[in-house]
Design a protein around this ligand. Structure first.
Ligand SMILES: *Cc1c(COP(=O)(O)O)cnc(C)c1O
Length: 368
């Protein structure tokens, strides 16, 4: 019996585990010295920009919307092919998501369609770097500047990736990262928000802790209500250990992706990723099954062979809560087609080439 191969698995080294134990023994568990150190290290990684950590990527996105003063009456352009967090924060801010279809090659927001979707109510655009393949930042910011839009980059999946020669996070307006356990670097649960250049972090710091403002005389006040989104020192010290390994982790993922390209069957109608992956961090390796394949049956058959495969993601506009906003099947045919056929194969830094070949072999067996 071979070991079960999950589609994602965090890689935490022993030194980090010891650091966690040291934090647990220190008597200080909430945000403190480790959070400050993690923020400083992230700022360095992001080319000197101001970064504040949160307890989730979702919280980072929600805070970005509030800091950008996006709310009631505003519209935010985004992709329907994403984790539901992207769209939920827009609705919960009191704004409306305006989905536009994706590019069939990159599977990311089609920026040409996004330009056509701009109307006076559109205040911001929230692109997603699906599977760690960055949306082209030059094209994105060209569009944003032409139309006067704020940009909130949902970079939950693209930590360690590059676009236009720069690390994701080192350029742009707001950039939100996630450190969920399945992401390329993790804190268990967690996230970070890179602030726009020249933004004072004070409001961000207040909003991630309910809006609490503390004064020197010991009194406090709340002027603007915020979230409860601060990170613990336990999480931050895990993040420090992970951040030190981001280049290594990204390199391993890139090698495993190459192994998939070399090993996957060419004669079963699988659609392999096709974009220019130079800057990708290979957060996920996703294939499209032939149209009309019973994907659930393929997933079950792979599971029986000890292989975990995932679906990332169903199209957001077809969830019940989003259909209530007026969306319906057929609205975004490319995203819907991809969402029906997409399959995430195992890819994580503890895998070796033999594991990839095992997946390729299993697919060969289970595909009709
Ligand atoms: C993971 C993810 C999020 C949310 O991050 P959490 O840390 O789980 O809150 C948001 N958007 C995308 C695209 C994600 O993959």
């Amino acid at each position: 019996m071979t070991d079960f191969l999950p589609f994602a698995r965090p890689s935490i080294d022993e030194a980090t585990i010891e650091q966690v134990v040291a934090v647990l023994r220190s008597g200080w568990l909430t945000g403190g010295p480790q959070v400050r150190a993690f923020e400083a290290a992230l700022a360095t990684y992001c080319g000197g920009r101001t970064v504040r950590v949160m307890n989730s990527g979702t919280a980072a996105l929600a805070l970005a919307l509030q800091l950008a003063d996006v709310g009631q009456g505003d519209v935010v352009i985004t992709t329907p092919l994403t984790w539901v967090a992207t769209a939920n924060v827009i609705v919960q801010a009191g704004a409306r998501p305006r989905f536009v279809d994706v590019d069939p090659v990159t599977r990311n927001l089609d920026l040409r369609l996004a330009a056509d979707a701009v109307t006076p109510e559109v205040r911001a655009i929230m692109p997603v770097d699906l599977a760690g393949l960055p949306v082209d930042r030059d094209a994105l910011y060209g569009l944003a500047h032409r139309h006067g839009l704020r940009v909130i980059e949902d970079a939950a999946q693209s930590f360690g990736a590059q676009s236009c020669g720069q690390p994701v996070g080192a350029t742009g307006d707001f950039v939100a990262f996630s450190f969920h356990a399945n992401k390329n670097i993790t804190t268990g649960e967690g996230g970070a928000l890179v602030l726009p250049p020249d933004m004072d972090p004070a409001r961000c710091e207040r909003l991630r802790l309910l809006g609490v403002q503390r004064f020197d005389d010991g009194t406090l006040d709340i002027d603007e209500m915020g979230f409860k989104a601060n990170m613990s020192d336990v999480a931050a010290v895990i993040g420090l250990g992970q951040l030190a390994r981001v280049a290594e982790i990204t390199q391993l993922r890139r090698m495993l992706a190459q192994d998939y390209f070399a090993g996957l069957p060419q004669d079963r109608g699988l659609v392999l990723p096709q974009a220019d992956f130079t800057g990708s961090n290979w957060h996920m390796f996703q294939v499209l099954l032939p149209d009309n394949t019973d994907r659930a049956a393929v997933i079950r058959a792979l599971r029986a062979l000890g292989i975990g495969a995932g679906v990332h993601y169903p199209a957001v506009h077809l969830y019940t809560a989003y259909r209530r906003l007026g969306y319906a099947p057929g609205d975004f045919p490319i995203a819907e087609n991809i969402a029906r056929r997409i399959l995430t194969l195992p890819l994580h830094p503890q895998m070796i080439t033999a594991d990839v070949l095992r997946v390729c072999d299993a697919l060969q067996k289970v595909l009709p």
